[in-house]
Design a protein around this ligand. Structure first.
Ligand SMILES: NC(=O)c1ccc[n+]([C@@H]2O[C@H](COP(=O)([O-])OP(=O)(O)OC[C@H]3O[C@@H](n4cnc5c(N)ncnc54)[C@H](O)[C@@H]3O)[C@@H](O)[C@H]2O)c1
Length: 342
């Protein structure tokens, strides 16, 4: 499946195909210096498959994990790109999850004011979410994604077969983002997730990924620079990010987003959401006291004077952005805890 992306400044394709990783050389011009970035948790076979198709390549393998999205690692990458004699005509290829994609996309956007970037996402979360929309970032001063750029790839190459090696916890983490998109924009996708049984076969994966990619794409195409509509993709993220900061190392990002959606949707949606979270082994009980979340909420990027811009979903497919005070968020949080967590 080829999904064309038509932005005002860029046109490129998202290729969603089994064994697509073996065809990177057919899809992208690799007859130049190719700087490939991966991390220590990504199976070597994927990066070797890409490098074997290049004439001149260099593989930079960063330590796996969110800590690699740092200024230090960015500087390391830029130094290695310089030592590899990269020119403005050359190419950076990310082979890995959202950490590799966000960091190497940022390096590609900065080196010589921008070189070509191709993303080969290998986690479900990166295939349905982080590889789409051109956002790059590192974390800074303890704040996630505080420093970044918009730098669209020349191509996104999604090979569902790379999910064979991904743990079921990480598959479910990616599904949390798909559930988020379904609740926010597409009840049919929600029904598909409700009616499909695990383990998914490759066709089921492809159709779920294809729908999620198309949804995210329609939002980012309408709001390329994150002015309004794109904020709706943050459904579940305000409370989710705060939960992530207090449960560092215990809960994954997608698991926190799963929990973060619950207080922000209507009482009618909550039971349906809880049942799909249970189905995909995602958490559905919020244990932390709200007071613990407050410092992180006050540092949220969506915090402005007088409140935080939150995404609320009263009806499936109809997200609303509303500025809520900390007290109003606390009320929603405790309403949910009282109703569902006891
Ligand atoms: N740019 C965006 O728009 C955007 C959107 C959402 C999330 N993000 C970012 O994405 C990041 C999270 O991405 P993620 O969930 O992919 O995490 P990740 O990149 O840390 O990958 C998770 C783990 O899976 C391993 N892995 C990757 N591919 C694998 C495979 N095929 N088989 C086995 N193991 C594999 C990695 O080594 C890592 O240990 C966060 O930093 C988040 O901020 C960015």
């Amino acid at each position: 499946m080829i999904i064309p992306v038509n932005l005002t400044t860029e046109k490129y394709d998202i290729v969603l195909e089994r064994e697509a990783i073996k065809k990177v050389g057919k899809l992208v011009d690799l007859k130049r210096r190719v700087f490939i970035v991966t991390d220590s948790g990504v199976p070597k076979e994927y990066v070797e498959t890409v490098s074997s198709q290049c004439e001149t390549s260099y593989i930079e393998c960063i330590p796996e994990g969110e800590d690699s999205k740092s200024f230090e690692m960015l500087q390391e990458l830029l130094s290695k790109m310089y030592e590899f004699n990269m020119s403005s005509e050359d190419l950076v290829v990310a082979v890995g999850g959202g950490v590799v994609g966000d960091l190497s996309g940022l390096a590609a956007s900065l080196y010589m004011r921008g070189v070509d970037f191709v993303n080969v996402p290998t986690t479900l979360l990166s295939q349905v979410d982080s590889s789409i929309g051109g956002k790059t970032a590192v974390n800074f001063l303890g704040t996630k994604n505080l420093v970044g750029t918009f730098h669209n790839p020349k191509s996104v190459i999604i090979d569902v077969d790379t999910l064979n090696t991904l743990s079921s916890r990480l598959i479910h983490e990616g599904l949390a983002e798909v559930i988020k998109m379904a609740i926010t924009f597409d009840e049919d996708l929600l029904e598909l997730l409700e009616n499909t049984k695990e383990p998914f076969d490759k066709d089921e994966f492809e159709s779920i990924i294809g729908r999620a990619v198309t949804l995210k794409l329609s939002v980012v195409t309408e709001d390329e620079k994150d002015n309004y509509l794109r904020h709706t993709l943050n459904f579940g993220h305000t409370i989710g990010h705060a939960l992530e900061s207090v449960n560092k190392g215990e809960l994954l990002h997608g698991e926190c987003v799963a929990l973060g959606m619950l207080p922000m949707c209507s009482k009618e949606i909550q039971p349906r959401l809880i049942s799909i979270l249970k189905k995909y082994e995602l958490p559905y009980e919020i244990k932390d006291d709200f007071e613990k979340l407050k410092p992180a909420l006050l540092h949220d990027k969506k915090t402005t004077q007088g409140g935080i811009h939150c995404v609320l979903v009263e009806k499936i497919g109809k997200p609303v952005i509303k500025k809520l005070s900390i007290e109003e968020i606390a009320d929603k949080y405790s309403d949910f805890q009282k109703g569902k967590n006891q």
